[in-house]
Ligand binder design. Structure first.
Ligand code: HAM
Length: 423
């Protein structure tokens, strides 16, 4: 036998047994977003590399270590590691956000060359939202309320908690940064080689170090919230007041800085403890400077993205009440002269008149015994049985596969109504 070829590490297939749950989750996401009036956008999976370097930041892990980059003749291209950069690029290019408010969403694959483990993959899927043109905290609150509604819809609301912070303006972060570096210099011995390098380039990222000893020390570090500019402080107070008024619990996490450089003011993450190390199911925040930084007119922006693999895993873990549709409701079997054609016609009639049902026709021959085995395996509720006499009389035998109800012979003209009554 020829040697088989395997999927790329960290890039998964979605099996036919898994896709119904994925579709269920995706449909909930679509419905919730539609109910807030958000519009879908679709961007290319590949963008020019400098877009990500400029938007996400050269010294972030994503850009410096995790991008799938290649040359296309003399142009350097990258498989998108996230959706915000491409969405902002598209908004500028097509004028979507110019003097305009936009509430947009997208869903699709993203690529990061990370070390794969449960909940962390090299090709993964995000559903993301980007809102342009709205500066005040009401929209930040709306985004959080929207995600909270989605968690309810998915049945995971008991298993996620909201972490919130404000990282202020660039100026405020600069002031904070030098204080933080002074503090960290006193604890240099606790820093790993990578963290020592971060101390020079991106010290705020040390705040989410995985080293428990360092984390304990960091509890005593200067807090970014104490260095906020007045505008950011007020914005954050407004957001907190709206969430309090609405009754959404949150934890202010002064160490939450996020791994992408474009944020200012609000940052947030929804986290779970049910998935092990990869517990962030959704992350986002405000990025008021990004549109201008990428060459557009100054336009405030805010958004988030959730990891669909993590949501699907969490739903599987905690929501045992999902009623996923069967792949097949009605299975049509047939044998004898003229039966195949009649069966095709019967199946088409049902698909036209009862499109909500899933009707599958047996196509691979064999006697009734073999065909019924297939019908049982499909887990259909009904089998429609067509033999030569049914063809002659334009009738169908309807047999319940899941119960003990007697089978019945039904005229073709009455079949649609009869089948409908069985569901
Ligand atoms: P992010 O935090 O990098 O933010 O990713 C958002 C979510 O994507 C994470 O919380 C996680 O659920 C999921 N995710 C990230 N990397 C992986 C991976 N390797 N495997 C599986 N899931 C993963 C962003 O991407 C921003 N663009 C979000 C945003 C939109 N901010 C403003 N607008």
């Amino acid at each position: 036998m020829a040697k088989t070829i395997q999927a790329i590490r960290g890039m998964n297939d979605c099996a036919p047994t898994e896709s119904p749950l994925w579709q269920w989750v995706e449909e909930k996401v679509r419905r919730v977003l539609a109910s807030y009036g958000y519009a879908e956008v679709r961007m290319p999976i590949v963008e020019s590399t400098p877009l990500f370097a400029r938007a996400i930041g050269e010294i972030t892990d994503v850009v410096s270590k995790e991008m799938y980059t290649f040359w296309d003749n003399d142009e350097q291209l990258t498989l998108r590691p996230e959706g915000t950069a491409g969405c902002v690029r598209a908004a500028i290019e097509h004028g979507w956000s110019y003097n305009n408010e936009q509430r947009l969403w997208y869903m699709g694959p993203m690529f990061r060359h990370e070390r794969p483990q449960k909940g962390r993959y090299r090709q993964f899927h995000q559903a993301g939202v980007e809102v342009f043109g709205i500066a005040n905290a009401e929209i930040d609150a709306e985004l959080i309320i929207l995600t909270a509604r989605l968690w309810k819809e998915l049945g995971i609301e008991q298993d996620v908690t909201l972490q919130l912070n404000s990282i202020g303006s660039l100026e405020a972060r600069k002031n904070y940064r030098s204080e933080l570096v002074k503090f960290l210099e006193q604890h240099r011995d606790l820093l790993s080689e990578e963290e020592k390098e971060r101390l020079l380039k991106n010290p705020l990222r040390i705040l989410d170090s995985k080293n428990p000893e360092l984390q304990k020390v960091l509890d005593g570090a200067p807090k970014l919230l104490d260095y906020l500019d007045d505008d950011s402080r007020e914005h954050f107070a407004q957001l907190c007041a709206l969430l309090d008024g609405f009754g959404i619990p949150y934890e202010i996490n002064p160490k939450l800085v996020r791994g992408l450089d474009y944020y200012n003011k609000t940052v947030f993450e929804w986290v779970t403890s049910a998935l092990g190390a990869q517990g962030t199911v959704c992350g986002g925040g405000r990025y008021d400077g990004l549109v201008e930084q990428l060459g557009g007119h100054a336009t405030p922006g805010v958004g988030f993205a959730m990891g669909l693999e993590r949501l699907v895993l969490l739903v599987q873990e905690v929501n045992k009440n999902i009623d996923l549709p069967n792949a097949v409701d009605v299975y049509v079997v047939h044998q004898g002269e003229g039966a195949a054609l009649f069966a095709l016609q019967v199946a088409e009639q049902l698909r036209s008149e009862l499109p909500q049902l899933r009707t599958m026709m047996h196509c691979s021959g064999g006697n009734f015994k073999k065909q019924f085995k297939r019908a049982d395996k499909s887990a259909a509720t009904l089998a429609l049985v067509i033999g030569e006499s049914e063809v002659q009389n334009r009738q169908v035998v309807v047999k319940h596969l899941q119960g003990i109800t007697e089978q019945q012979t039904v005229d073709l003209t009455a079949l649609t109504d009869f089948v409908q009554q069985q569901f």
